[in-house]
Design a protein around this ligand. Structure first.
Ligand code: SF4
Length: 62
């Protein structure tokens, strides 16, 4: 599984790097960016948690 952030939708709230810093970080433009790597098994729940908590639905874990 991989995580994708739709930067056009992201409002830069900072929740996702708080919830799952191994996968999400804030980019220079103030929007979140997701790791390009396959999500390690032990982090999938965390990444899906971040997806669920994003207030604007900008994260897709699939
Ligand atoms: S939780 Fe959503 S809106 Fe907030 S920084 Fe992450 S992707 Fe952007």
């Amino acid at each position: 599984m991989k995580a994708i952030v739709d930067k056009d939708t992201c409002i830069g709230c900072g929740i996702c790097p708080d919830v799952c810093p191994e996968i999400f970080r804030m980019d220079d433009d103030g929007k979140a960016i997701a790791s390009d790597e396959e999500i390690p098994e032990e982090l999938v729940d965390n990444a899906m948690d971040a997806e669920a908590q994003c207030p604007v639905g900008a994260i897709h874990v699939e």
